[in-house]
Design a protein around this ligand. Sequence first.
Ligand SMILES: Nc1ncnc2c1ncn2[C@@H]1O[C@H](COP(=O)(O)OP(=O)(O)OP(=O)(O)O)[C@@H](O)[C@H]1O
Ligand SMILES: [Mg+2]
Length: 247
Amino acid sequence: MSAILLAESVTVKFGGVTALDNVHMAVEEGEFLSLIGPNGAGKTTLLNTITGGVTPVTASLSLGGKDITRLSTHHRIKLGLALTHQIVRPFQSMTVQENVAFAAGYKKVRQILSSFASVNRAREMKKAMEFLHMLGIEQYKDQEVSKLPLGVLKRLEVARALAIEPKVLLLDEPLAGLNSQEAGKLADTVKSISLKGMTIVMIEHNLSEVLRVSDRLHVLDNGRNLAQGEPAAVMNQPEVRAAYLGS
Ligand SMILES: Nc1ncnc2c1ncn2[C@@H]1O[C@H](COP(=O)(O)OP(=O)(O)OP(=O)(O)O)[C@@H](O)[C@H]1O
Ligand SMILES: [Mg+2]
């Protein structure tokens, strides 16, 4: 099988710190891959390199067989990438529905700020409702995001990313900060999106949920590839256990 998303030979340095050292990651079409590893392993840096937020020392990146290594973030999003952030960052002054509608219009325009002035606003507001429904937060549609609890904000992040209608959905700790019941429910929701055919890469520290929903794991430790494969088998590898015990 050929990978829909391929990151090869990724090396990233921040000043004197080597955050990623010759990392390779392949993602197959339709799979639910979890990217795990101790704090500081380089997980967020890898996804940020894939979306173009971080400039690598070396890397070869492709999406759907197309080389994206030198493309702008905007262009990579247009080609089918969407990323949610570890720290949620919606537009505070917009309502929940407006935030998702804004994302729905993003791919069409060059200037981010003109996105919302687009003539298609009504269509995008309608489209937004589909994604609010998928995430189970349609009842919050008219609320300003500044007043929402974290559980709703985490779902809003996923709805905004889906509204871009990506080929690959990249999630950075969607369950972080949620209680175990909320985390379980959101993991179920993300799994249901995966079962509809979406390719997903999820960074997550909640290993019980990771093991429950993932098709495959990819483990980073200290900026290097440590293991990858079937979830239970990966978690049984001594070097993976050691990395977690040592952290
Ligand atoms: N902008 C930055 N400037 C300097 N160093 C950075 C920057 N971003 C990340 N790092 C460093 O790069 C390394 C990898 O960080 P990264 O955030 O990718 O790890 P992570 O696996 O996402 O960790 P966590 O699970 O805590 O989110 C760490 O040593 C971190 O301190
Ligand atoms: Mg991180």
